[in-house]
Design a protein around this ligand. Structure first.
Ligand code: PLP
Length: 387
């Protein structure tokens, strides 16, 4: 049961655009400021609209706590900082969202945190990278844009043997379908900008703490939010609370559309299609088992050349040329020259971000229309290639 969010019984949680809160007496004030009560004191760290959003996620995930941030990156950096310390090691993959890669390998490196990049699908390599100072294994459930899937339970086993936490960015498949606890994920992190916001209305990020690794949400609420800021804004929480109400149906429809588009693209035979829902995909069985038959709505197409990718993107009429994932609209982007465009070529190569790859996020349009648009744009791009 969700708690009644508003004293007047408003069905949509109102937006509390306020900063400070008045108390009945000094005792109530002390209790709030020393976190003995849940009463909000200051909106940098607590706000009724955001608290309501956090409670809904806690209730749907069965987690111990959920802490909302003003972007996915703020949530990722906060979660990592909750477990990391100078001299520690983070074991992760070179297949990471670009800013996460830069956060771990550049920003945190300046504070004495060592990040070791290993192939997370090679369990023995992961085991070999673990040290007594390893604070966490960090992974993305489906990597963006390489679409790699690692064996999460096996990685959780290794992390826990070494007293480390397993942190997982689950942005690709909504938390309602991830079953993080069963997979051994201690801390789930998502960019709520994506599936949750519903129609790309607002930025946000959430850290979901399953209570299986000590002190995560206390560190987030008492230390990181207090000292670094980055709490979700009330307006974003309002938008994303509405988004959460339609998440399950939107996700189902987008995933169904992604399946149709992936099959239609694969049937062409002249582009390489990557979507873990396709039976021939190398991660199909693992993804089926781990995610209960859910595969997300992001897929990639590999074309013969970078030029062909650009021609295809320029020829699109329905699919939008835009970044973001899981908007209601279908989106296309060439990651190597945009999201990863400021990362040098050697690093991009190391991260397997191919310059022949287009990333698609499949939306809620009629799947026949999406497929027709992609087929037409690909015909233009590939026919010019042959001339
Ligand atoms: N994690 C993944 C897998 C992403 O794709 C993104 C953004 O694209 C982020 C994190 C960062 O989220 P935000 O843009 O909300 O900061």
């Amino acid at each position: 049961m969700f708690p009644r969010p508003d004293p007047y019984g408003a069905l949509a949680m109102p937006v509390y655009h306020c900063l400070a809160y008045e108390f009945a007496d000094h005792k109530a004030m002390i209790d709030s400021f020393t976190q003995k009560s849940d009463d909000p004191d200051y909106s940098r760290v607590t706000n009724p609209t955001v608290i309501n959003f956090e409670r809904m996620i806690r209730s749907l995930s069965g987690a111990e706590d959920a802490v909302a941030f003003n972007s996915g990156m703020a949530a990722i950096s906060a979660a990592v900082m909750a477990v990391a310390y100078a001299g520690c090691r983070i074991v992760t993959s070179r297949h990471l969202f670009g800013n996460t890669y830069l956060l771990l390998t550049r920003t945190l490196a300046r504070f004495g945190v060592e990040t070791v990049l290993v192939d997370l699908t090679d369990i023995e390599a992961v085991r070999a990278a673990m040290t007594a100072d390893t604070c966490c294994i960090y992974l993305e459930t489906i990597t963006n844009p390489q679409m790699e899937v690692a064996d999460i339970r096996a990685l959780a086993g290794i992390a826990h043997e070494h007293g480390a936490a397993l942190l997982a960015d689950t942005t690709m498949i909504p938390f309602i379908h991830t079953d993080a606890r069963r997979l051994g994920i201690d801390v789930e992190i998502l960019s709520s900008t994506k599936y949750l916001s519903g129609g790309a209305t607002s930025l946000g990020g959430v850290v979901i703490d399953y209570g299986t690794f000590p002190g995560i949400s206390a560190a987030l609420r008492k230390d990181i939010l207090m000292n670094l800021g980055g709490y979700m804004t009330p307006h974003a929480a309002y938008m994303q609370t509405l988004g959460m109400e339609t998440l399950a149906v939107r996700y189902d429809a987008q995933e169904r559309n992604a399946a149709e588009v992936a099959r239609a693209m694969a049937a062409r035979g002249d582009v390489e299609v990557c979507w873990p829902g396709l039976p021939g995909n190398p991660f199909h069985h693992l993804a089926s088992r781990q995610f209960g038959g859910r595969f997300g709505a992001m897929l990639t197409l590999t074309l013969p050349s970078e030029e062909a990718c650009f021609r295809c993107i320029d020829a699109l009429q329905l699919v939008r040329r835009a970044t973001n994932l899981f908007d209601n609209k279908s989106l296309a982007i060439h990651p190597a020259s945009t999201i990863f465009g400021t990362i040098d070529e050697a690093t991009r190569r190391e991260m397997d971000v191919s310059d022949r790859l287009i990333r698609l996020s499949i939306g809620l349009e009629d799947p026949d229309d999406i497929t027709a648009d992609l087929n037409r744009a690909l015909d233009i791009a590939l026919n010019s290639e042959q001339q």
